[in-house]
Structures are given as structure tokens and as C-alpha cells.
Write a protein of this length. Structure first.
Length: 260
């Protein structure tokens, strides 16, 4: 199924930039892809919008069958590209991306599970799980470097060295704009706990990103990003959300740390 999905995405004009098996489970796979329209928006609309430079499709093996899940492009574009600039152009390109992605997936299912439609555009522009929790703009600064090239070199080397059990799911760079995004997964219990917390059908919200912009490394606050894809989480799960957020943050701090 993984090979077929990858080929179909490429044949529909997308670029597949990575894939990985969450928690090293062979029955789970996330395919990360993008296209010119998406990367153009991600690097040109709104500060730190490059967090949203890729879409993901998840494959969940169930015996002889597979379940496909995909992020809703309209949902995550409005969550990540919260600038009002070029609104009509963004809407046009998002509709095109959505149409292409659904066309690609229709080869496998007439009604693939496309999640991420729980909140309206108005709600997404200022979304936070609880009044005291983080919003999109409350990014976490992971590190400051002398220059862009040092930032991407340090993060890349730390991931490749397996710092904190980190592994690279994908890397996408826009050298002319000094922007890069690393999709980082961890070979430890954190990702497994996160999937148990969200539900396995939410695998295509993974992996987490490290954004390099100029000489800085950032991550979206997990307190924003985790419930963004499951806003119906009960407030009774707040302690677990806080615990997972702390573990993910610690892991991404580790891959952004300069080895003295």
C-alpha cells in the first residue's frame, strides 16, 4: 500500500519528501508530501507559516486491509497560515491542493477519512485548547545560532546522531529564504504514548517539526499543536497533555542544542 500511495501522489503532481513508521510499528506509516502551491504559501504568507509546508497521509494496517487518513488541507492551512495577506490567493491554492489530494486518494477509497474540520476558520485563527493555553504564535524558541547554515547543520547532525533517540522523518529546505523544516520522530515511549492519547487514526498529524528561520530554531508549542488536531479532548486529560508536551519539548530542545 505504501508504494502505491507514494506513486499515486507523485503522479498527481506532489513531491513525497519522507515517510516513516510511528513507534516503529510496521502496520503504521505516515507519508509526508508537498507541492509548489503549498511551499509557496508556507514561505510567503505569515511569519513561521513554514510549519505548514507539508501534508501527511497515514496508512493503518488492519489485517488484509488498510485504513487511509489524511489531514484536511483547508483546516491546517487556516491554522498555520493565519495571516490575512493574500487571502484570496491562499484560498484558491488551498482548494487546488485539496482537490488534487482527494483525487489521488480516491484511487484507494471513494471516502478516505479526512480529519481536521472540527473548528471553523474564525475559531482556528485564534485557537487555543483552554483560555490559558498556547496559540499558534506562542512558538517555542529552541535555540539561537550565529547564522542559518550553523542552525541547519547542528539540527541535522544531532538528529543523525540520534540525540535523545531522535530520527529524521523528512527535511525540506528553502535556502534562498533561509528557511528549513525538519520532521522529527523519537524512538522511545513518547510517540507511542501520544498515539494512545490521540488515537491511532491521528497518525497523520505526526511527526513534530523543528523550523529553522534565519539563525533561530523553533517548534510549535505542543500545548497548541497536540489538541489542534483533536480539539474535543476532555479537560480531564489536561495533566497527560501537559506531560506529553513537556517530553516532546525536551526532545526537540535536545536536537537543537550546540555540543560544547
Amino acid at each position: 500500500m505504501t508504494t502505491e500511495v507514494t506513486k499515486t501522489l507523485v503522479n498527481n503532481g506532489f513531491e513525497v519528501v519522507g515517510m516513516y513508521h510511528p513507534s516503529h510499528e510496521d502496520s503504521l506509516c505516515v507519508i509526508i508530501f508537498t507541492c509548489d502551491e503549498l511551499t509557496s504559501m508556507a514561505t510567503g504568507v505569515g511569519d513561521k507559516a513554514a510549519f505548514g509546508s507539508t501534508i501527511r497521509v497515514g496508512i493503518i494496517g488492519k489485517g488484509q486491509q488498510s485504513l487511509l487518513t489524511m489531514l484536511n488541507p483547508h483546516y491546517f492551512v487556516h491554522a498555520y497560515f493565519n495571516s490575512k495577506a493574500n487571502g484570496e490567493d491562499v484560498e484558491f491554492m488551498t482548494s487546488k491542493i485539496d482537490s488534487l489530494a482527494l483525487s489521488a486518494m480516491s484511487v484507494f477509497s471513494k471516502s478516505p477519512i479526512k480529519y481536521g474540520d472540527d473548528l471553523s476558520v474564525e475559531e482556528l485563527s485564534s485557537y487555543r485548547f483552554l483560555p490559558t493555553m498556547a496559540k499558534f504564535n506562542d512558538v517555542v524558541e529552541l535555540g539561537e545560532f550565529d547564522e542559518y547554515i550553523e542552525a541547519i547543520t547542528v539540527v541535522r547532525q544531532n538528529i543523525m546522531s540520534g540525540v535523545g533517540d531522535a530520527e529524521l522523518a523528512y527535511e525540506i529546505c528553502f535556502e534562498d529564504k533561509e528557511i528549513a523544516v525538519f520532521g522529527v520522530t523519537f524512538n522511545n515511549a513518547v510517540e507511542k504514548e501520544l498515539l494512545e492519547f490521540l488515537g491511532v487514526e491521528y497518525i497523520s498529524s505526526l511527526p513534530f517539526e523543528v523550523l529553522i528561520q534565519d539563525n533561530m530554531a523553533y517548534m510549535l508549542s505542543p500545548k497548541y499543536r497536540i489538541p489542534l488536531y483533536k480539539p474535543g479532548l476532555s479537560s480531564f486529560k489536561l495533566l497527560k497533555l501537559m506531560s506529553l508536551s513537556s517530553e516532546i519539548k525536551d526532545g526537540l530542545y535536545g536536537v537543537s542544542e550546540v555540543d560544547e
